[in-house]
Ligand binder design. Structure first.
Ligand code: GDP
Ligand code: MG
Length: 263
């Protein structure tokens, strides 16, 4: 059997990861694709009835808090490391379901996923050759040029960290006006437009910083576009599926766009 295609949903807290996983799983089911949903968020309150394989079966945030007398932040960090010890149980549970696709919801706070060694181990263990990171842009941030640049940097950080191909997604696009959406898409398609937007505002130190970051982004290479989706309205899901498919099929996105090849 061919290896499943694995999609990791990443993004800042509240960007819409869990909601998009749910909507995308539903879309896949209706389209006749067979997908396993994995919840890697030990503090999730929304994975019930959605996740086929749920980390909370092994590690639950509230239990970690009680058992070790930790506050919510300490418990998050402890739980993130405990998850890594259960990774082979998770992997086995996923493999037993023999699905064509695996959709992985990641912890609410991105730093727990992006910056803990444990997450790197988890992703390395779960990922086959057909894996992709979906990075969700929260429109609350993405709609300002500075916020958009910051999200691009974060997206690039994930790509560097996990060495997997990455698809940038504009989540909750339904909350944006058509004009805002068009502008954001223009920034992602044409770096020149982004530069213009970043430098248009009054030159405060913030703009100076954004401008410098922009130069770094320009040097890193093509942005690859940001795909608008709305879990609420069910839009952009087919296009997102096709983007993932292109990566799995070994298209132009197979190598991380900003990183040199391994050899
Ligand atoms: N309008 C709108 N709201 C959304 C959408 N997706 C998620 N949300 C809301 O955004 C908030 C955070 O979503 P959640 O999926 O929990 O974010 P996560 O922390 O990234 O997993 C919730 O209140 C959701 O109802 C969407 O497509 N449209
Ligand atoms: Mg979530």
């Amino acid at each position: 059997m061919e290896e499943p295609g694995t999609v990791y949903f990443t993004g800042t807290a509240g960007a819409g990861k869990s909601t998009l996983v749910r909507a995308f799983a539903e879309w896949m089911k209706n389209a006749g694709y067979d997908a396993t949903v994995v919840n890697l968020d030990p503090g999730s309150e929304t994975a019930d009835g959605v996740a086929d394989v749920d980390i909370r079966e092994w590690v639950r945030l509230s239990d970690v808090q009680d058992e070790y007398g930790l506050g919510p932040n300490g418990a998050q960090v402890a739980a993130a490391d405990m998850i890594a010890l259960k990774i082979f149980d998770i992997k086995q549970a996923v493999q037993e379901l023999k699905s064509d696709y695996v959709l992985v919801d990641t912890p609410g706070q991105i730093e727990l996923f992006a910056f803990r060694e444990a997450s790197k181990a988890i992703v390395d263990a779960l990922s086959g050759d057909r894996s992709v990171l979906a990075f969700l842009f929260d429109p609350a941030l993405a709609r300002t040029p500075g916020g958009f640049v910051s999200l691009l940097m974060l997206s690039a950080t994930l790509e560097f960290r996990f060495r997997l191909p990455l698809v940038n997604v504009l989540a909750k696009s339904d909350v944006l006006t058509p004009e805002q959406s068009t502008e954001i898409l223009a920034w992602s398609d044409e770096p020149g437009r982004l530069y213009e937007a970043v430098t248009r505002d009054v030159p405060t130190p913030d703009v100076q910083l954004s401008t410098e970051l922009f130069r770094a982004i320009e040097i890193m290479g093509p942005l690859g576009g940001v795909l608008p989706t709305s879990a609420k309205e069910g839009t952009g899901l087919e296009a997102f599926y096709q983007s993932c498919q292109r990566v799995f099929a070994g298209g132009e996105d197979l190598e991380p766009s900003h990183a040199p090849t391994d050899e």
